[in-house]
Design a protein around this ligand. Structure first.
Ligand SMILES: *Cc1c(COP(=O)(O)O)cnc(C)c1O
Length: 357
């Protein structure tokens, strides 16, 4: 496998990739329904939930849109601390919803005190936050913030985008009291792009039934009607679901705790290595991602030149996102990436830096 240290689409194990070539089935067949049911049951384990997990034929951004369309009645509060959380705010506005935001500069985390201030001024029926900001490598303290909202505003529904962390970091939907929690297939789950997994609590389902204009494709009420029959309203991305069925076995065979520990160890190693290089990390201590490390590099490190340098070894590193391009680079250590792959990458960066320029 050629290690791609980019935060999606990530490398997919060849065995998993191969499962997509299985022959198609009618989607309303007993055989496919059994596969679908098996997938959902194991997704509930990965999400730490007793509720439902919708398997959606769309990428993660579709789940951002679904949560807005289904849950926002009057007004939503969006937390913005990077490009993907900013997208969610724009999604809310694009759907004609009243949306306010708490915004902090890229590289910083959303703090419980900021959320507390916002709720003192205004009631919000829905609250949305990104767990792991993929543009900055910041992990927001979602557990603490959720606990605070439960105390201050118990009827507020809490939606969490964990697109670049779920499956690589432990997020306990029910224990933390989250109402919507989702990810895409192409990040820490290490599947090809094209699916989103979206867990929804019972009280979020009750809310959805009261919200008008939910549309059709992303309607939780319609999705639920079919989910209870182990199916979907529309034709599902069957080949991807065959791959999911197999990949969930691999994930659970590794063991969830072991998988989270592997990701945490690679995060720690990347952070310590950057310290040794004298390159600061963008995220402050205490809110650093478990699945990707964002490093502030000196001008003499050019990410595209590095990728050319290692092209024959099939290694690929991710440049900074948006305004951070050229100023930072991102080491995504998620999915199939193993500690030994990471060592190869770090050694290659050091070798590149020793090259006469
Ligand atoms: C990648 C990403 C998205 C967008 O997901 P798509 O699957 O590309 O639509 C949203 N949020 C976060 C945090 C991401 O990392």
């Amino acid at each position: 496998m050629s290690p791609m240290f980019v935060p999606g689409p990530v490398d997919v194990a060849p065995e998993t990739l191969a499962k997509q070539t299985q022959p198609m089935l009618p989607h309303r067949s007993k055989e496919f329904e059994a596969t679908f049911q098996r997938c959902e049951a194991r997704l509930r384990q990965v999400f730490y939930t007793q509720y439902r997990v919708f398997i959606m034929t769309n990428s993660g951004s579709g789940a951002q849109e679904a949560s807005i369309r289904n849950l926002v009645k009057e007004r939503v509060l969006c937390c913005v601390n990077g490009s993907f959380s900013d997208r969610w705010y724009k999604v809310a506005l694009a759907n004609g919803k009243q949306a306010d935001k708490i915004e902090v500069p890229m590289g910083q985390a959303i703090l419980p005190s900021m959320v507390e201030e916002a709720f003192k001024k205004q009631h919000y029926d829905t609250f949305v936050i990104v767990h792991n900001e993929t543009s900055t490598g910041v992990e927001n303290p979602v557990k603490e913030i959720a606990a605070l909202i439960h105390k201050m505003s118990p009827d507020t529904l809490i939606c969490v985008d964990a697109v670049s962390s779920l499956g690589g970091a432990k997020i306990e939907m029910d224990a933390w009291g989250l109402d919507v929690l989702f990810t895409s297939s192409q990040k820490a789950f290490a599947l090809p792009p094209g699916l989103a997994f979206c867990a929804v609590s019972d009280r979020a389902m009750t809310r959805a039934a009261e919200v008008p204009n939910r549309g059709w494709y992303f309607d939780f009420v319609l999705l639920e009607k079919h989910r209870t029959k182990d199916s979907t309203p529309m034709t599902p991305a069957m080949s991807l679901i065959f791959a999911l069925d197999f990949q969930l076995d691999r994930i659970l065979a590794e063991g969830l705790e072991k998988r989270f520990a592997r990701h945490a160890a690679m995060a720690k190693r990347s952070q310590e290595w950057a310290g040794k290089m004298g390159w600061p990390l963008l995220a402050p201590e205490g809110c650093r991602s478990h699945t990707l490390t964002v490093v502030c590099n000196p001008p003499e490190f050019d990410c595209s030149a590095f990728n050319k340098f290692v092209a024959s070894r099939n290694i690929r590193l991710a440049n900074g996102y948006g305004d951070l391009k050229g100023k930072t680079f991102r080491i995504a250590h998620m999915g199939e990436i193993q500690p030994d792959d990471l060592e190869d990458l770090l050694a290659a960066i050091e070798e590149f830096m020793r090259q006469p320029k």
